[in-house]
Ligand binder design. Structure first.
Ligand code: PA5
Length: 449
């Protein structure tokens, strides 16, 4: 069960800070929003109360487990959730372990970018005969995912392998080119529910297949997610993490804090911050309100890693402009621990010797948090008693719900992303795609490819 601490949000030292009264004053808006989530259950919530989605991946478990590697091919919401689940719930060196150490589970790779150096580096690492490729695209029209799919497919064909035996598509139940190819070629396919958009889709087969392949307990992720939803719709505002997350970020945004930093004091939790970055940015950064007024709102999410970024970002966070609200992610239990040995008699090192790295890291978090509070900067803290499936499931659902509630506060539709479309269309035009000629902006000399 995650623990939330909002004490430093209400710190009196914060210039132009928010008070508990400010929260009370927003109760009606919040309860309206929560009633919506109760009466008109969003697709991303529906999935965790329906066994259909878990069953759909369990049905192909034997097929999947006959491979050594699973490579996810997808981008944005079709990749970031997978990366977050793998990094938080598997050891950091997972792909370097042998099959026995992995309990027979698969190594997991994600190809999201179309950087040829990056793509080659993964393809060089795997034995293609022992690899299953999970091509994920809700629309089936994303250039990066499709380009990487074509590369993978070409590679399978060059190796004389039957693509059908090495591919699983995860896509829209009806629409898109992947669905069409799957039907023609009888390729194994998993559905992404029609009413769940990319960045909200990690708890659909999008994230479930690679998680199951790595031996992650997907049922426990669902249990965590369900408990977060139940808490959100039943609890009053002060015991309601989703509502409080949405509200404190919104209220501080109104006071000029237009940057939301998520700083994880755990390498394993860092990728949850990356997942959050997409969710918060793409859902809330909008030009138009729900009633179509030009408003240009949004809070820029930034990820940071403790203690590393104490030596990179913290100077700015402490002394720079009053434009940030910071969320710390902490774990009480690390998978491993290391004791710092007594190797020297020098007094300067004695405070470290005999201590553990986990104690040092968590005290660095407390030190940073206290310094920020003394400098009048707001922060909140989310504690994972342990980084396990239940707690990660809770985290995901709390944040998806917080984003939905924040959508109401900002008065924007959190489920669309019109601002991404124009760049995509211009890229299509530059790549010579038929039907997009009107978007052809003449490339400058530097841009010509
Ligand atoms: O949240 C979203 O909808 C987007 O970020 C998508 O996930 C991303 O653009 C990839 O889309 P698709 O799954 O259609 O390839």
């Amino acid at each position: 069960m995650l623990k939330f601490d909002f004490t430093n949000v209400f710190n009196e030292k914060i210039p132009n800070g928010i008070s508990e009264n400010d929260i009370e004053n927003q109760k009606d808006v919040i309860y309206n929003s929560i009633n919506q989530l109760k009466n008109n259950i969003p697709g991303f919530v529906e999935v965790v109360f329906n066994r259909k989605w878990i069953n759909s991946v369990l049905n192909i478990k034997n097929f999947v487990k006959s491979y050594e590697n699973l490579v996810v091919v997808g981008i944005g919401g079709s990749a970031l959730g997978n990366i977050a689940l793998q990094n938080s719930l598997r050891p950091i060196n997972w792909n370097f372990l042998n099959k026995k150490e992995r309990n027979g589970n698969l190594r997991i790779f994600v190809i999201d970018n179309v950087d040829p150096d990056y793509v080659s580096s993964i393809l060089d690492l795997i034995d293609i005969k022992e690899t299953l490729f999970n091509v994920i695209s809700k629309s089936g029209s994303t250039a990066e995912a499709m380009a990487n799919y074509l590369i993978v497919r070409g590679l399978l064909e060059t190796h004389g392998l039957n693509p059908k035996n090495h591919l699983v598509f995860t896509t829209d139940p009806k629409k898109g080119v992947l669905r069409k190819i799957a039907e023609t070629e009888k390729i194994t396919t998993l559905e992404i529910p029609e009413n769940v958009g990319g960045r909200f889709s990690v708890l659909t087969p999008v994230g479930l297949l690679s998680a199951m392949a790595a031996g992650i307990d997907i049922e426990a992720i669902y249990e965590g997610a369900k408990s977060a939803y139940n808490k959100t719709i039943n609890e009053d505002i002060w015991n309601n993490p989703s509502a409080l997350i949405a509200l404190v970020h919104y209220l501080y945004y109104l006071k000029g804090r237009n940057i939301s930093v998520m700083m994880a004091y755990s390498n394993k939790l860092y990728y949850l911050a990356d997942w959050y970055r997409q969710l918060w940015a793409e859902s809330l950064g909008k030009a138009y309100s729900k009633d179509n007024k030009k408003i240009n709102v949004g809070q820029t999410p930034v990820k940071a890693l403790g203690a590393v970024d104490q030596h990179s970002q913290i100077q700015l966070y402490n002394e720079g402009p009053d434009d940030k609200i910071i969320t710390f992610l902490k774990t009480e239990t690390f998978e491993r621990n290391i004791k710092i040995p007594h190797s020297h008699i020098e007094k300067e090192l004695s405070y470290l010797q005999g201590q553990t790295l986990s104690k040092l890291l968590n005290n660095e978090l407390y030190g940073t948090e206290a310094a920020l509070a003394l400098n009048g900067k707001p922060s909140l803290r989310i504690t994972f008693p342990k980084i396990d499936e239940f707690n990660v499931g809770q985290f995901i659902m709390y944040y998806e719900l917080a984003t939905a509630i924040a959508g109401d506060l900002f008065n924007v539709n959190p489920y669309d992303q019109p601002g991404v479309e124009l760049g995509k269309k211009i890229t299509y035009a530059l790549m010579g795609r038929k039907g997009f000629e009107e978007y052809n902006v003449t490339p400058s000399n530097e841009r010509k490819e």
